[in-house]
Design a protein around this ligand. Structure first.
Ligand code: ADP
Ligand code: MG
Length: 494
């Protein structure tokens, strides 16, 4: 399953062949949308999309990107978290799959953006649980695209560039002999096709203000109409050089009704969005640097995601890769088709493919004076498990406090806090206790941390999720935090 920010898709493997499962309307993608109506109904996918224009406030977009946060939408007695929204969309995908297959569907492989945090992953697994689905594996979207592109080739290095509705994912992947090997991955979780739409909306709002003296910024209904028209214009400009924008009766101004009548050229559109395009560059440069590769090492380029169809994106990628002609993957469905191969590997149906995926961020703990000691470096192939021995700072230190962080900074406080674990210690001189810390990144890229006193055998363990992150953040803000002592590398001399 590909639970996309904007659109979702489901694929199934039957007799070694991949097919995309049509939804009840016969389409191969389903809008990832849920809506709350004034009558107290909850609408899902196409039904939600159809009324989005007249009910924008209760048809939240991009709920996927809010997984793992406290976001919610409330109307009357109904209150949905991002997890609930995801659960409802996944339940609908499951129903469509069951209708197509004529049998119950209980297990799934779900794709997630490579840059998804641990808590977002954990939240998606819970959402699937609400939809009655057991998650066999989470697979990173670009890795799924690589699986769909086909690992049965001569050894080659492929750059995968996936620009969807709300996120950009870039991966550098080695293919060959049935193996998909992720060399590096990077992205921008706040950049997608929706941002291009918003630029058109801003542009049109400004035009209306100047021409008709009407400010549309507070006008929900008008903004929503502009938004839909903007997306349609953007899509049209992928094929045409100019597109008409006609929105009669958009608002009422001092001189009567405001009718929007504009033409937008591709050139104007590209000028309005130049900085967004520039932002696509960074992750491409970053994966090359991380993998210690140069442009010459890239054999092929695969573009996927709806927004990568914009001609400017193709041009940028061609420029960034010394004129290599990008291959446009099967859209829609590249992600879902790749995920289904992973399902086939897990069930034994696919025997000649292997996926070796890599972690997007380093995992470490805070040691002396707030520095980060890394346990798992970013771009390490997972599943992976690393242990290291630490010791105490002070004589008779009563507890070992483990501040687990994710990120690349030396200064632990500037990385993302994942958890704080505490382990009681018997009295001992400093430097004597042998405390083993283990970071275990499982096949879903979900992280388990264990801290163990080798002297007593006592241990504490957690699985990183939103709850561990929230508890840790609260502790870091509290006055108790200043009095707690962490750990020192065991090799340190006192
Ligand atoms: P996601 O995986 O994030 O759900 P998709 O890969 O389906 O997203 O891409 C959705 C985005 O692609 C939307 O912003 C949509 O407007 C945009 N899009 C779809 N088709 C085109 C096109 N032909 N040209 C430009 N943008 C497009
Ligand atoms: Mg996608």
């Amino acid at each position: 399953m590909d639970f996309g920010t904007t659109n979702s898709a489901v694929a199934v493997l039957e007799g070694g062949e991949v097919s995309l499962i049509p939804n009840a309307q016969g389409a191969h993608t389903t809008p990832s949308l849920v809506a709350l109506t004034a009558e107290g109904d909850v609408l899902v996918d196409t039904a939600a999309e159809r009324q989005a224009l007249t009910n924008p406030g209760y048809t939240p977009r991009a709920a996927k990107l809010k997984l793992g946060t406290g976001w919610r939408v409330t109307r009357g007695d109904i209150r949905l978290t991002a997890e609930d929204v995801a659960g409802l969309v996944l339940a609908r995908l499951r129903q469509d799959a069951e209708a197509y297959l004529g049998c119950p569907v209980t297990d799934a492989v779900l794709a997630v953006p490579a840059g998804f945090r641990r808590d977002q992953r954990a939240a998606l697994v819970r959402a699937a649980g609400q939809a009655g689905l057991n998650v066999l594996r989470l697979i990173n979207e670009p890795s799924a695209v690589a699986m769909a592109y086909g690992p049965h080739r001569d050894d080659c290095t492929v750059l995968i560039f996936d620009l969807g509705g709300g996120t950009l994912d870039v991966s550098l992947i080695g293919l060959g002999d049935g193996v998909v090997y992720v060399k590096a991955t990077a992205g921008d979780s706040r950049l997608g096709g929706d941002d291009w739409d918003l630029r058109i909306v801003e542009h049109l709002t400004e035009r209306v203000r100047r021409r008709h003296g009407v400010d549309l910024t507070g006008d929900f209904a008008a903004t929503q109409r502009l938004r839909e028209a903007a997306e349609a214009a953007k899509i049209e400009l992928s094929a045409a050089h100019t597109t008409p924008l006609r929105l009669p009766y958009l608002a009422i101004g001092p001189d009567g009704p405001v009718h929007l009548e504009e033409d937008l050229t591709r050139e104007e559109f590209e000028t309005l969005t130049r900085d967004l395009l520039e932002r696509c560059r960074t992750p491409v440069e970053r994966v090359l640097a991380d993998a210690e590769h140069t442009l010459a090492d890239i054999d092929r380029v695969v573009l996927t995601g709806g927004a990568a169809r914009m001609p400017a994106v193709g041009d940028l990628i061609r420029r960034l890769t010394d004129g290599r002609e990008p291959y446009r993957g099967p859209i829609p469905g590249a992600v879902a088709s790749g995920a289904v191969f992973q399902a086939g590997i897990l069930t034994g149906e696919v025997k000649d493919m292997t996926l070796l995926d890599a972690t997007p961020y380093s995992i470490g703990i805070e040691t002396n004076e707030g520095t980060t000691t890394k346990l798992i470096e970013r771009n390490t192939t997972f599943p992976t498990k690393r242990s290291e021995i630490f010791t105490t700072h002070t004589d008779h230190q009563p507890t070992a406090v483990l501040h687990v962080v994710e990120g690349e900074r030396e200064d632990a406080a500037r990385n993302r806090t994942l958890a704080v674990l505490e382990l009681a210690l018997p009295p001992a001189p400093r430097g004597v206790p042998q405390i083993e810390v283990t970071a275990d990144c499982d096949a879903n890229s979900i992280l388990h941390i264990t801290v163990r006193d080798l002297g007593t055998g006592n241990e504490t363990a957690v699985t990183i999720d939103q709850a561990t992150m929230e508890r840790a953040a609260a502790l870091l803000r509290s006055s108790r935090w200043a009095g707690l002592r962490g750990l020192a590398p065991a090799t340190q001399a006192f």
